[in-house]
Design a protein around this ligand. Sequence first.
Ligand SMILES: Cc1ncc(COP(=O)(O)O)c(C=O)c1O
Length: 487
Amino acid sequence: MTKPDHTTARDTVSAPALSPATTAKPDLISVEQAKAMDVARMTDLFKVHLNPGQLHFMKLLGFHKIKVERAEGMFYIDQNGRKILDLFGGFGSLAFGHNHPRLLEARKKFQEEKRQEIAIAFMSQYAAALAHNLAKCSPGDLDMVFLGSSGSEAMEAAVKLAERAAGPKRPKIVYAENSFHGKTKGVLAITDGSLYRADFKMADNVVRIPFADIEAVERTFRSDPEVGVIVLETIQGGGGIIQAPAEYWQKLRALCDQYGVLWIADEVQCGYGRSGRFYAFEHYGVVPDVTALAKSLGGGKAAVGAMIARREVYMKTYGTPKTAMIHAMATFGGMGEACVTSIEALNVLYDEGLIDNAAVTGDYLLQRLQALKEKYPKIIKDVRGKGLMVGLEFHDFSQTLPMVLRPVVSVLDDKLKGSLSGFVGALLLRDYDVLVAFTEYNRNVIRLEPPLICQREHVDRFVEALDSLLSRGIVSIVKDFVKSQVR
Ligand SMILES: Cc1ncc(COP(=O)(O)O)c(C=O)c1O
């Protein structure tokens, strides 16, 4: 008997007739209504259903007046057609700028072809291709890939893999002061922020050491045979854009080899070309045992995170049928459209020379900011970074601000005390249509992580805006900000 041919039915499938709906539909907002919502209603819903406390910070920065209607390339476009230059770049998740045409096209085609999304039933050609591409972009035998949907998830996978590979006799994980590795429960134990840790109970198999201090690493490895893993951001983002010298990384690799400690390099923020190399650790000619990417990996269109591990470490941990499912991908790991977006994004990254652009434009940005530091030595304390991951640190002015302004500033907000970056950020947005970000642990640092498509003209526009703002002087900046709060 020949089997019936189902293939021709593909285009004619229609939804079966369902019985009439008896469940009353709640008062739901439609997609079109959501798009058309005004700022007041948006603010109201944010307050009632999302995060009322966070609204406080939105207001301080003037975000509560803005409704973004579109976003394209280097710009957000608001309800009044105002184009806001994006030097924040979603904390580094917008390497391609907003809505890169090749990414839109890849996604549209994927949808039109009605391809499968979920990758946990059948094997996925998209997840397989993305894993292949990531292995190709990674040095050494960083060949084995786990796909998730955030940086935290990628780091959870990295820590679990390394902890298991190190074995039960070496359960301790070394991490650095001012580190940020995510806010999920596991990685919170290696994220050094009391705000995020609050009073949660943390895993206690962790050891905290200063960042960029090789003697501390050696002391810890030597004195504690239970240490099996060390986890470090290659460039600390939340800590204030902090780098360690090249020798640190080379010695770290040697010490890890000597003591049999596994090194996890968190490249969620500094990786993916941002520093001017695909991975920031490539600047130092060393290869970690495990690494993690997220943010721009999804092209700014999809939520994708990845852990990439050396084959040997991976196989030791999950390489048999018995161990394979201990931490296999979660429900949304390797989703079709997300993977296709990531595959296209990696191709665009190289086709458009964005890694090289990050190096060249980043140097130009650093150079221009350095000149600004020389012009305003009493305001700008330091300028640092690599590629398009740049920090601009202001002097703490809490002691230099005129007495009359101190009480005003002190009632504004804890986070703004002594910190110029909040004021500067708010006024750059209000008066110059420029968006910048801050760092988690050092409130005096403005964090610049623009899309890797950033050109000299964008740098010029930003530096000129900052120059114009700083020329007002600290007292005027603070007064202008205070006025904007009472208006
Ligand atoms: C270095 C680093 N690791 C991990 C994470 C966590 O990533 P996600 O916010 O996608 O969970 C971040 C987020 O900012 C990060 O900067």
